[in-house]
Design a protein around this ligand. Structure first.
Ligand SMILES: Cc1cc2nc3c(=O)[nH]c(=O)nc-3n(C[C@H](O)[C@H](O)[C@H](O)COP(=O)(O)OP(=O)(O)OC[C@H]3O[C@@H](n4cnc5c(N)ncnc54)[C@H](O)[C@@H]3O)c2cc1C
Length: 382
């Protein structure tokens, strides 16, 4: 079966992919370097994404969302990341949260938060990682203590995508250390509550448009209704979505690598050296042929994992293969594309330097590369 067969996608998927493509090319492309140069969250992009119906992609149509299939979502994000990874990742984090609220929240949280998340008038963020805890997520130490009919949150979360401007926070917190991961619950609440303290955005090698920062909770009081997932369900929910998140990172890598290959092939066909085109030198041809093979393999692994997950089957190994492979070949492939363009490859008048920096970040998000090897080797050896 052709995993890239357009017939695997619904009408709604096709419309969203086209809308995302047009929006990214017409709106994001000309602004992406500015967000990077100003080292700030791409707030205009998020507002505009809402107007283009890109903020409720996983929410059912009954709740006014787009109800995309996973394959449709992956293709949609591939299109956006082909122009800018940071904006695509902002939308991944936001859309995953909106989808989780639609699926899992009770009536109070749904009516308070879902309409704003879907139409893009509120920006969502997912807070699991902490300054001292990343891969070993079960060890988080942000503490939620019950006080009568309220909860009190204390501790620090780090690497919060969208954190500098988020309106709605989904926070994983430990309610009882003795229970380990079974004590982890999730809270959903407004980011402007007393006791929520944000740092400025991180200074990174790239990807500033996604607005990553740290958020401290200093005796932040929450009503009982802010409990989104009870102790025991919180950790399970965070891990449940991880395979899908890995598929989406893989799809975003495909987008960046595709743009890099297109940019390099256009350049070498035009550039003259030693009496001919760069494109006529065998070394250049073969380097780009290798990138094309890696892109083809990336797309097949990505959409195979997407299809498995979409069918409700266990996609953990397929997603781990896809994420490990795609992130590796994307960073290497973008560098190759920049190399065949000579020094002009390093100039910021095209997207490749921005994509190269972002490709480094893809190695960490949603499970570092070595964690994919933990999953794959377990399936081989345990
Ligand atoms: C751009 C960006 C955006 C992010 N956005 C979010 C967000 O919105 N919300 C959120 O909660 N988090 C977010 N994160 C954090 C991300 O999920 C973590 O970076 C990731 O979980 C890895 O944790 P760590 O960076 O602390 O690395 P660590 O866990 O400290 O790992 C350090 C190194 O050790 C390796 N390692 C760890 N455990 C093992 C093992 N068992 N076997 C072999 N090697 C191992 C790792 O692979 C890594 O190379 C973001 C990160 C980035 C870079």
């Amino acid at each position: 079966m052709n995993l890239l067969d357009p017939k695997l996608l619904s009408e709604s998927d096709h419309r969203s992919i086209q809308r995302a493509h047009d929006w990214a090319v017409q709106y994001v492309a000309e602004r992406a370097e500015t967000w990077e140069a100003e080292r700030r969250f791409a707030s205009e992009a998020f507002k505009s994404a809402g107007e283009h119906r890109l903020t409720g992609l996983l929410v059912p149509t009954a709740d006014l969302g787009e109800e995309l299939s996973l394959t449709g979502l992956a293709r949609t994000l591939e299109e956006i990341a082909s122009v800018d990874f940071a904006v695509a990742f902002t939308l991944v984090c936001h859309n995953n949260l909106a989808g989780a609220v639609a699926r899992n929240a009770g009536e109070h949280l749904r009516s308070n938060f879902l309409p704003g998340l879907v139409d893009g008038s509120s920006l969502g963020a997912f807070l699991l990682t902490e300054p001292d805890v990343g891969s070993d997520a079960a060890a988080i130490s942000v503490r939620a203590a019950q006080d009568g009919d309220e909860w009190i949150l204390n501790g620090v979360k780090s690497w919060v995508t969208n954190g500098t401007e988020a309106d709605v926070l989904s926070v994983y917190a430990q309610t009882d250390e003795a229970l380990g991961h079974k004590g982890i619950a999730t809270f959903l609440f407004e980011a402007d509550r007393p006791g929520v303290i944000r740092t400025p955005p991180y200074e990174l090698l790239g990807g500033h448009g996604l607005g990553a920062n740290s958020i401290k909770f200093d005796n932040c009081r929450l009503p009982q209704e802010a409990l989104f997932m009870e102790a025991g369900e919180g950790f399970h929910a965070a891990m449940e979505g991880i395979d899908i998140a890995r598929v989406l990172v893989s799809a975003m890598c495909c987008g960046m690598l595709r743009t890099s290959l297109e940019t390099a092939t256009t350049y070498v066909k035009d550039r003259k050296a030693f009496g001919g085109r760069l494109a006529d030198l065998q070394s250049i041809r073969f380097q780009l042929a290798d990138v094309a093979t890696d892109l083809e393999a990336s797309r097949l692994l990505t959409f195979q994992a997407a299809k498995i997950a979409q069918e409700g089957l266990d996609a953990s190994i397929a997603a781990a293969h896809a994420k490990k492979f795609c992130t590796r070949v994307t960073e290497k492939g973008i560098a190759t594309c920049m190399q065949v363009m000579g020094a002009n490859g390093a100039k910021r008048d095209h997207a490749l330097p921005r994509h190269l920096a972002a490709s480094r970040l893809t190695h960490y998000v949603d499970g570092a590369t070595e964690i994919q090897d933990v999953v794959i080797s377990r399936s081989l050896l345990d």
